[in-house]
Design a protein around this ligand. Structure first.
Ligand SMILES: [Zn+2]
Length: 428
């Protein structure tokens, strides 16, 4: 069934001005058929149509989180995750992905999951067993033998040397990975990781990129330190996750290679917010205190250099970083003075779609794209924090279907509105 949304305050995510009294026509194939001002809409060509009057509510592209971890919950002591079996984690993920969709996130890019359960969760969404977002999977995280990987059991696929990374990459791709994720440097969220230290060699990174490229897929490289960033860029990575300790050379390399950076500032924000809670691991608090200011400053420098920033929250991987609260990352961008609310929203729509390599399908409200969009009570371009409250996300539309609707009076019944609707949107 086709859908017509009318009376929208329409932000299409392309950079154009807001259209008041905007209309979007979604075809019965789930794609956007028309978008624009009410007076510019052509006659509706579909036999069965549901009409929704948004009465001035804000309509925007569905949000995209370019960095989450399915299977991790955001437990205050993240080591406790190891005591939950994989099947239980998969079951828990159902609720978490449903919460993510209810929060307005219609796409997530999963940057690593223990024992590849993300593939099953994705299958659940695609088969309609789970009312969740579109999921891009990476499977396990590719990593060298190094201190710290034991902290999240089975999250990492350990490999050493060119040949082993080839095989480890092929394993994830065989299961259907949409992209590959590698640890180019140490991590903050495990006790043994040294964030500034290089881990994977350029030759090993190239092995991963070669395997991904064969299937026209991309590589996301976890990299805090500057040398690790440079190695990943040189090897052909597509996105740099975190980019916490940049230098001028790393910044200019990222600009030259059209790299997207995914900041994940929620992690440090929440660790410091809950630093006095008894369960938050001491090493995380100490490491975060050492690196927090420079992390925020690195993203500021990246923006000033012209590096494109795609929103990513790292949901699940750190204390209190719960799935469904992903929009906190956008609030942090604005409150840290890194972005305007409009820029923050673009980082989670158009730019995130580019970083996830799906910009031809989603990310903006344009004719021919998949209809992923949300209806918001309030104007997030004026107050980004309206996105934090799930009650403000009135409708979620994914793949052209309404998958959340808090305004029960709609859809408007066609007979009731026939005189008005036929006048405004006559059928062919
Ligand atoms: Zn992560």
């Amino acid at each position: 069934m086709a859908i017509v949304l009318k009376g929208a305050k329409l932000f299409d995510g392309t950079g154009k001005d807001i259209i008041t009294d905007g209309v979007v026509v979604i075809g019965d194939d789930g794609k956007i058929d028309q978008v624009g001002k009410r007076q510019d809409v052509s006659p509706i060509k579909y036999d069965e149509v549901s009409y929704y009057d948004l009465n001035g509510q804000f309509l925007m592209p569905g949000l995209i989180d370019a960095h989450i971890h399915i299977g991790l919950q955001g437990m205050p002591d993240t080591y406790q995750e190891n005591y939950i079996c994989e099947t239980s984690r998969a079951v828990r993920s159902v609720k978490e992905m449903e919460a993510t969709l209810q929060a307005g996130f219609t796409t997530v890019r999963n940057c690593g999951t223990a024992n590849k359960i993300d593939f099953s969760v994705k299958e659940g969404v695609e088969n309609g067993w789970i009312n969740g977002p579109r999921i891009l999977t990476s499977g396990e995280i590719l990593s060298t033998t190094c201190s710290g990987t034991e902290y999240f059991e089975n999250l990492y696929r350990i490999a050493d040397g060119y040949d082993e990374f080839k095989k480890a990459s092929r394993e994830q791709l065989k299961f259907g990975a949409d992209f590959l994720k590698v640890m180019a440097t140490g991590a903050i969220m495990n006790p043994g990781g040294i964030p500034g230290a290089e881990q994977t060699d350029i030759k090993e990174l190239k092995a991963i990129v070669e395997e991904a490229t064969k299937l026209e897929k991309k590589v996301a490289a976890h990299a805090h330190g500057a040398q690790g960033i440079k190695n990943a860029v040189q090897a052909g990575a597509y996105t740099i996750e975190h980019a916490s300790l940049v230098d001028d050379e790393a910044l200019s390399m990222m600009v030259d290679h059209n790299i997207y950076v995914v900041p994940t500032l929620t992690v440090g924000y929440l660790v410091l917010k809950y630093a006095n809670e008894i369960n938050v691991p001491r090493f995380m608090i100490d490491k975060t205190r050492q690196i927090r200011t420079v992390r925020v400053n690195s993203i500021k420098r990246a923006l000033e250099s012209g590096v494109r920033i795609a929103m990513g929250s790292d949901a699940g991987v750190s204390p209190y970083n719960y799935h469904g609260n992903n929009a906190l990352e956008l609030v942090i961008y604005v409150n840290e003075g890194l972005m305007s609310p409009t820029e923050a929203i673009l980082s989670a729509t158009k730019v995130a779609a580019e970083a996830c390599d799906i910009a031809s399908e989603v990310g903006t409200i344009e004719k021919g794209k998949i209809a992923d969009m949300i209806v918001v009570d309030g104007n997030p371009l004026e107050d980004i924090e309206v996105l934090l409250n799930k009650d403000n996300i009135r409708k979620v539309i994914k793949d052209g279907k309404i998958v959340k609707n808090l305004d029960k009076e709609s859809p408007c019944s066609i007979p009731q509105l026939t005189p008005y609707m036929e006048e405004d949107f006559p059928k062919v």
